[in-house]
Design a protein around this ligand. Structure first.
Ligand SMILES: [Zn+2]
Ligand SMILES: [Zn+2]
Length: 139
């Protein structure tokens, strides 16, 4: 079968049970320095790529979900434990994937820093990107 020309990225968890294709570029790419993301990923900072949900085609299993607060659903693979991303009911129609699960990571470049109020003091990233103390997108 011929792959559509619009297919620009894909992703999967470590074991490949959760896998997907996206047909559009991400509309938003942000560092997140919040403590909740640190808990969810184990990493000192993460990068999210936001996609319109209609541009995402799942080709594997559904993600397992976890909600610490009612608005935010974190997604992960229950088989291999890979953090997948999150959805926020205040941002309808959107899904945010952790950059680590994308196949093409170098083409997804962060535009902003979010939650710098919770940034680890020893983490030095020197760039001139806009920084937000809290959310980089209004809720
Ligand atoms: Zn997996
Ligand atoms: Zn965060």
């Amino acid at each position: 079968m011929i792959e559509p020309m619009t297919r620009i990225n894909s992703g999967k968890c470590r074991c490949g049970a959760y896998r997907f294709h996206v047909s559009e570029e991400p509309f938003w790419v942000s560092y997140c320095h919040c403590g909740d993301c640190r808990k969810s990923t184990g990493a000192p900072v993460t990068v999210f790529a936001g996609f319109k949900i209609e541009s995402v085609k799942l080709t594997g299993c559904e993600a397992t979900t976890y909600r610490a607060i009612p608005e935010v659903t974190r997604l992960f693979c229950s088989r291999c434990g890979t953090p997948i991303g999150y959805q926020d009911v205040r941002l309808p129609g959107e899904i945010y994937y952790y950059i680590g699960i994308l196949e093409e990571q170098t083409i997804v470049v962060p535009q902003v820093h979010a939650w710098t109020v919770e940034r680890l003091c020893w983490l030095n990233i020197t760039d001139d990107l806009p920084s937000y103390q809290h959310f980089s997108r209004p809720r």
